[in-house]
Design a protein around this ligand. Structure first.
Ligand code: ADP
Length: 578
């Protein structure tokens, strides 16, 4: 194997490339056979003009050859595409399998940074671009090269001057192409950059729309967006203008009348000088008029190749996402303790989020994480569920390093209810059953009742069979309670809760609190609290600041200490009741 950068996509493509190459050979045969009818028609004309009576047997023979040429061309082309489609099918199946396997092995934290849109683009859109490359582009490209080469070779065989005549208008095209496409790569980069600006402006505009409208400044908010769009229009015009000019020139320089004009005038001169026979000129004209189509296919093929290369590199990036290493000698957690030993964590982009964390959560107790936004609460909680691996220190569940616990064992031990609820497209019952697919309907309902969502589900037209998104539109608070029901049914001894009340109205918030209390019973709970009043009774309150533990203790003791917790408590008590 050649040394160099390993490309998983090239590796995936390799086993099917034999079929693709065979398809390319057949594609070339198809293209060359399609040339035969033109050659035979010219010979047919020669026979007909040769004087009376025409040789019937020879005529029939040439006619049969025209039909045979057409037939072989179609058959070879069809067989070529059949082979490349089989190759494409194999590659797609392998890439899909690799992607699914990869998506199962990337850290859960990766999903927080990558939208489902981006994943879907890789799995769907990019595979479609690959399909064009593998199933069509290779065969088309081979034909687009074989056909003109074969045609020109035939003309050279007839008379080299005919071959020159057939490509006489090409240099004009090539010169114009080079001139108009100069600096095209830079223009393309500018276009990409300004497209990104438009996207950013749209996102900004949509995010800020409530505030902007609230202050009656809708017109002003548009201005940044408008500026970005205007910039994009200018760049787009700069990009598309040479393309349009090129297209106009192509359709002129390579149009049938111009080709006929060049061929007939040059050919008339050669004929007048007795250099060629009339039927040779006819063969030249036939070849000359089919050449531009090949150029067009070649151009489109190159575009498709560029698109497919971009798609391939996106799939590559996805396939190269670092995975969480699997447990080499898996061990079973002994109990439901959570322990952080001198844990530090740094996000892949370099942001240090946690340092020197030492924390022990006894089985069956509730530990609340509180502190200002950005203090590291979510990061710490997610380390316990191995969303990421700690960059320093050890996270232990039941006395075992989480890196030594097999994935399925860890997630039977640790459940979580996060802000991002993550409902799947499927029935309500299936969504609740996610952690225990074999749970009975009675168990599903019991979990939903405890999570305070049963009544709401019953109100839906199809109850537990309603499909999320289609028949069932749930509010943020309701979705949250559904995910609590899911965690209750999964019945893990450890529960990580992000007390997400951001989505909820006050009535829903109270119900979420009740549901969370039900979920906490008898479990080791690590809860990220946004309201101190809801966790005042916790066994242990951990106050975080700048990625470290600032204070730790119970409510009374922390208040008495008069530190950060006391200040946060005071601030919360001072908030006006709504
Ligand atoms: P909290 O939950 O207390 O609000 P977080 O754990 O979300 O705090 O964040 C802790 C720090 O880590 C912050 O500085 C935040 O900007 C950073 N951070 C959080 N998530 C990411 C991420 N996915 N990539 C990079 N930095 C992040």
């Amino acid at each position: 194997m050649a040394a160099g950068v390993y490309s998983p996509l090239a590796a995936l493509r390799r086993p099917a490339m034999g079929l693709v190459r065979l398809g390319m050979v057949l594609g070339a045969v198809g293209a060359l056979s399609q040339l035969l009818p033109f050659i035979f028609i010219a010979r047919l004309g020669e026979l007909l003009l040769a004087g009376s009576p025409p040789d019937r047997a020879a005529l029939a023979g040439l006619g049969a050859l025209v039909v045979a040429g057409l037939f072989i061309g179609w058959a070879a082309n069809g067989a070529a595409l059949w082979l490349t489609h089989i190759a494409d099918h194999r590659i797609q199946a392998d890439v899909r399998r690799a992607l699914v396997a990869k998506l199962g092995r990337v850290p859960l934290g990766w999903y927080a940074d990558n939208t489902t849109g981006a994943v879907r683009k890789a799995v769907q859109g990019d595979l479609e671009d690959l399909h064009h490359m593998v199933a069509h582009h290779y065969v088309d490209l081979t034909a687009a090269i074989a056909l003109p080469l074969g045609g020109i070779a035939y003309l050279v065989w007839l008379d080299w001057r005919l071959a020159l005549l057939a490509v006489a208008s090409f240099p004009i095209y090539a010169l114009a192409y080079g001139w108009m496409m100069r600096g095209f790569a830079a223009k393309m980069a500018q276009l990409d950059a300004s497209f990104a600006q438009v996207n950013a402006a749209i996102v900004e505009f949509v995010h800020g729309i409530v505030v902007v409208k609230g202050f009656g400044r809708a017109g002003e908010a548009h201005s940044a967006y408008r500026a970005a769009v205007d910039g994009f229009s200018d760049r787009y015009a700069g990009w598309v203008r040479p393309l349009l000019r090129l297209e106009a020139l192509t359709s002129m320089a390579l149009s049938v009348p111009v080709i006929l004009l060049v061929s007939l005038s040059g050919g008339a001169w050669l004929l007048a000088n007795g250099q060629i026979a009339p039927m040779d000129l006819m063969a030249e004209i036939m070849v000359a008029v089919i050449l531009p189509q090949s150029l067009l296919t070649l151009n489109q093929g190159l575009m498709a190749e560029r698109k497919a290369a971009a798609a391939a590199s996106r799939i590559d990036t996805l396939l190269l996402t670092p995975e969480l290493p699997g447990a080499v000698h898996p061990k079973l957690p002994r109990d439901a303790t959570i322990c952080f030993e001198n844990v530090s964590f740094q996000y892949p982009d370099g942001a240090a989020a946690l340092s020197g964390i030492n924390l022990y959560c006894r089985p069956g107790t509730v530990t609340a994480l509180v502190g200002p936004s950005g203090a590291g609460k979510s990061t710490l909680a997610k380390l316990a569920a191995r969303f990421h691996d700690a960059t320093g220190g050890v996270v232990r569940i039941g006395g075992v390093d989480v890196r030594d616990i097999a994935g399925e064992v860890l997630y039977r031990q640790v459940g979580f209810v996060l802000q991002e609820v993550g409902l799947l497209h499927g029935s309500i019952a299936d969504n609740i059953r996610l952690g225990r697919p074999d749970a009975s309907m009675a168990a599903v309902m019991a979990a939903a009742r405890a999570a305070q969502i049963h009544d709401r589900i019953q109100q839906l037209p199809q109850g537990y069979d309603s499909i999320i998104g289609a028949g069932a539109q749930l509010s943020g608070g309701e979705a949250q309670r559904l995910s609590i029901a899911r965690a209750l049914l999964a019945d893990t001894p450890i529960l990580i809760l992000d007390e997400a009340t951001a989505h909820a109205d006050p009535a829903s918030e109270a119900r979420i609190q009740d549901a969370l209390s039900a979920a906490a019973r008898g479990r080791t709970v690590l809860v990220i609290a946004h309201r101190l009043s809801s966790i005042a009774g916790a066994d242990q309150i951990v106050v975080m600041r700048d990625g470290t533990i600032a204070e730790c203790g119970q409510h009374g003791a922390l208040l008495a200490r008069g530190g950060l917790y006391a200040a946060l408590w005071q601030a919360e008590q001072g908030e006006p009741a709504c």
